[in-house]
Design a protein around this ligand. Structure first.
Ligand code: ARG
Length: 599
């Protein structure tokens, strides 16, 4: 049995078709007047223009065609020609029972699964993460989970920024900072190879000399210096080219930087509930670059331009001119776009995806347009297989991308800690300071913090920017992550009490308006997921979860379960609550949010 909206939609579409009208006018939506109807169809108004007939006349014919259907309690014309439908209590109850029994909580699987690669987060070695990386990881993780849940074969790749100019900068900075490193690089300068034993020694020495704290300190220094000091910049450029050319000492130093950075980042992402299937880097595409450059040359796509080599990607009819893609710089280095293009080839070889989604800040829209066009020109992908999933920024109250109070760029770790502190405060306000054992208190605070951050982000359509407002995000009331957790926790507590009272879930039979509303929302889950999936927009999942939580809250206030009702009714309601919890937790999991046991 598919969801009620869809099966009614098919019946209404058929009734339109029977009158010789376009089927798609028979679209059915949830009613915006729940007091009057469960579902509605507004198609008769548009059909009137096509058929040159009064809309009410068309609506009347549809109503007549639907009148005998057993799943409808009523079907009526309202106003100018709207069709209002109410489903019968038995139909709704049967659907709710079906969802209650379904491990997928009423969500369908897609008919034709694809291989989908999701490129998200994109942190860089040593460079501090900014809000763009935070949003990319939250949104990308959710899209990854959603696609996988719907049945696609999905791989999420961190696409670690471990190549290019910033690595040259770090190499120069580390040599200047520590004479030992400079001497070591000098010593290895002529070496073409190294024994495993010697490599181990070098790596151990590097571990002694360069820590994560060193990297955090050196990068901003070097980046700042390169802005004003052209000699320094040239040295960093040269180091970048030498690294890419395979200079042994630099390779080892680079490997150390990457290891140190990656371990720390993986830990932070994991704490945020963001886990990658692949942690590949820009550097992984490096071996493919020479062959790719040759191929681009053979295909006549590379053009010389002031010592550099580029691909022209502008098209006739473009609203504004798109600059060419820089493939090889005048120093002979591969650029950001070069690695992205070669990474497509790498992914082709390893996974052959039908679709690659790049979940990256909207500010990189031009970059991706350049890369995609170049890939299509070179035949590395077919039109439509590459898609940039852009998003707006998380802003501070000043309307600019969020920064820490000190004005520095955001550190993911600090942001999480700040949010966790707020969550602790809220939990104490709610009287949970004493009620929970210290360990559970901390774990709950962490879950509340993650829910606050992620839900605030995912409840907005990804294209919109939003303002970071920790007080609002962490409130237990309103449209917030913690509110959703709180409703889930109420159900869990109800289940515990029911177990103590020996009340068991029973056959669901909806009757009261609040029960009906809750059952209708349970039914709407699949449509919400479909929309989120098609639009690559988790906010539709977030919206559904919020409405479901609200409907539960109303149901819980209006419909007694443990006391004052007979066991059949109490058991039915308990089963409805259980189904709600399952669907709510499924939705939250798709947003990357976990629920605590108590709060
Ligand atoms: N590391 C990049 C940055 O910080 C983001 C990478 C996005 N993914 C990609 N395939 N280019 O801007």
């Amino acid at each position: 049995m598919s969801d009620l909206k869809r099966s009614l939609g098919e019946a209404v579409a058929a009734a339109f078709a029977a009158q010789g009208l376009p089927q798609d006018l028979g679209r059915v939506t949830a009613s915006d007047r729940p007091d009057l109807a469960d579902f509605q169809c507004n198609g008769a108004l548009a059909a009137a223009k096509v058929a040159r007939k009064p809309p009410r006349e068309i609506a009347a014919a549809v109503v007549e065609a639907l009148a005998g259907r057993p799943e409808l309690q009523s079907v009526e014309i309202a106003g100018l020609g709207f069709i209002n439908m109410r489903v019968s209590a038995d139909t709704l109850s049967a659907r709710a029972r079906e969802i209650a029994a379904d491990p997928r909580a009423g969500a369908e699987e897609i008919a034709e699964p694809r291989r989908v690669m999701i490129d998200y987060a994109g942190p860089n070695v040593a460079k501090p993460m900014h809000v763009g990386h935070l949003r990319a990881s939250i949104i990308g993780e959710s899209i990854k989970r959603l696609y996988r849940f719907r049945g696609d074969q999905v791989l999420g790749d961190a696409h670690f920024g471990d190549w290019g100019f910033q690595m040259g900068l770090l190499i120069v900075a580390a040599c200047d900072d520590d004479p030992f490193i400079a001497a070591l690089m000098e010593r290895l300068a002529g070496a073409a190879t190294i024994s495993d034993e010697d490599e181990r020694k070098v790596m151990a020495a590097l571990a002694e000399h360069v820590s994560l704290a060193d990297l955090d300190r050196l990068y901003p220094l070097a980046a700042g210096k390169a802005k004003t000091d052209t000699d320094y910049r040239d040295r960093a450029r040269k180091a970048t080219a030498e690294l890419q050319g395979g200079r042994l000492g630099y390779r080892l130093l680079w490997k150390h930087f990457v290891n140190v950075s990656r371990v720390a980042l993986e830990r932070e992402f994991h704490a945020l509930g963001v886990d990658f299937d692949l942690w590949k880097g820009e550097s992984d595409a490096d071996a493919l670059i020479p062959g790719m450059v040759k191929d681009l040359e053979d295909k006549g796509l590379l053009v010389e331009d002031q010592g550099a080599r580029i691909i022209r990607v502008a098209r006739e009819g473009d609203k504004r001119e798109l600059p060419p893609l820089l493939v090889v710089s005048s120093e002979g280095s591969a650029m950001y776009g070069t690695t992205d293009l070669a990474t497509i080839l790498d992914r082709r070889k390893s996974f052959d995806p039908n679709l690659i989604l790049y979940c990256v800040d909207q500010r990189q829209a031009d970059h991706f347009e350049q890369v995609f066009r170049a890939a299509y020109l070179a035949g590395y992908a077919n039109a439509g297989e590459l898609e940039h999933i852009g998003f707006g920024t998380m802003n501070g109250t000043d309307g600019k991308p969020f920064k820490t109070r000190e004005g520095g760029v955001l550190k993911l770790h600090d942001l999480i800690e700040m949010t966790r502190e707020k969550a602790r405060e809220r939990l104490r306000e709610a009287g949970l300071g004493e009620a929970l054992a210290p360990e559970e208190f901390e774990e709950t605070a962490h879950k509340v913090a993650v829910a606050a951050l992620k839900f605030a982000d995912l409840s907005n359509f990804r294209g919109t920017s939003y303002v970071f407002d920790l007080d609002r995000f962490s409130s237990f009331e309103g449209k917030t992550g913690p509110y959703l957790l709180y409703q889930a926790v109420r159900i869990k507590s109800l289940l515990r009490k029911a177990a103590e009272a020996h009340l068991h879930p029973a056959r669901i039979q909806v009757a009261e308006p609040a029960e009906r509303d809750l059952a209708l929302l349970l039914d709407a889950f699949d449509a919400a997921l479909t929309e989120a999936y098609d639009k690559k927009a988790p906010n539709f999942v977030a919206e559904h979860a919020y409405k479901l939580a609200q409907a539960f809250s109303k149901f819980y206030a209006a419909c007694p379960i443990l006391k004052g009702v007979d066991e059949k009714v109490g058991g039915s309601r308990l089963a409805l609550a259980l189904a709600t919890l399952k669907q709510l937790e499924t939705a939250l999991d798709l947003l990357g949010i976990e629920t605590p046991e108590r709060m």
